[in-house]
Design a protein around this ligand. Structure first.
Ligand code: NAP
Length: 244
């Protein structure tokens, strides 16, 4: 029986690249996004191009809604029988000083980036316990490690993910379930479209590798971490071209 992976935020960027990678490796794929139906359908087609025998379930919905998350997990198990890998990838950013980060913006960033990780982990654990194994990979950021001026809410959400990852790893290691985070540096996706080319060039000058990561490089990393022994757990693995 094929293994199954759930990837949130897979209509674009890192999530899409991860979906295509796992499809090519023979996984059944569950993909999600919040609003972009056309792009989510495109990801489904790319997965089928990568592996015509793969099965793809696309579920649109908001990961900051715990009832939706439970529905997504239950629907995935009904369709594929089990969940082997969960990739908590979807996320949003906000660039602005702390004084301009109003309650609504703060709640949206924290709920989308951090609360969702708890909702997914909580809902998937019973199924992973049943199969006695599983890999949970949370997509974090170097800003969660070192903080970021003008991105305090985002950095706090990612720092929260790092602490949650280490906590969940401790709780779940006795059951053979690994929990790790991948802290990305600059990645070439829509998330950075808010910055000018000049701004991004300045950032690239600070990155020893001299460029942003290609989403496919992050997808490769995610896949390889998911295939490591469960003894690799509780780690925040930074992939940033030597930046931080
Ligand atoms: N790009 C970077 O430089 C960078 C660096 C460090 C970490 N990261 C992290 O990497 C992850 C992926 O980022 P990316 O750069 O690939 O982003 P992206 O290209 O902007 O894509 C974001 C994805 O998340 C989905 N999404 C947003 N809000 C959602 C919600 N409430 N419910 C469900 N899906 C939602 C989007 O769906 P729609 O298309 O429907 O909007 C889209 O599929 C994020 O956690 C981000 O923080 C990125």
């Amino acid at each position: 029986m094929n293994k199954t992976v759930i990837i949130t935020g897979a209509s674009r960027g890192i999530g899409r690249a991860a979906a295509v990678k796992f499809a090519g490796e023979g996984f059944n794929i569950v993909i999600n996004s919040v609003s972009n139906t056309d792009k989510l359908n495109e990801t489904e087609k790319l997965c089928l191009n990568a592996n015509p025998s793969t099965q793809v379930l696309a579920v649109k919905g908001d990961i900051s809604d715990s009832a939706f998350v439970k529905h997504l997990i239950d629907t995935s198990v009904n369709r594929f029988g089990s969940i082997d890998v969960l990739i908590n990838n979807a996320g949003i950013s906000f660039v602005g000083v702390i004084q301009d980060t109003d309650d609504e913006t703060w709640q949206k960033i924290i709920n989308t980036n951090l609360s969702s990780v708890h909702y997914f982990t909580r809902s998937v654990i019973p199924y992973m316990l049943k199969s006695g194994k599983g890999s949970i990979i949370n997509i974090s950021s170097v800003w969660g490690n070192v903080g970021a001026s003008c991105e305090a809410a985002y950095a706090a959400s990612k720092g929260g993910i790092n602490a949650y990852t280490k906590s969940a790893a401790k709780e779940l290691a006795p059951s053979g379930i690994s929990v790790n985070a991948i802290a990305c540096g600059l990645v070439d996706t829509d998330m950075n479209k808010c910055f000018s080319k000049e701004d991004l060039d300045v950032v690239c000058e600070e990155i020893p590798a001299g460029r942003p990561a290609d989403p496919k490089e992050i997808a490769e990393t995610i896949y390889h971490i998911s295939q490591c022994p469960a003894y690799l757990t509780g780690q925040i693995i930074t992939i940033d071209g030597g930046w931080t």
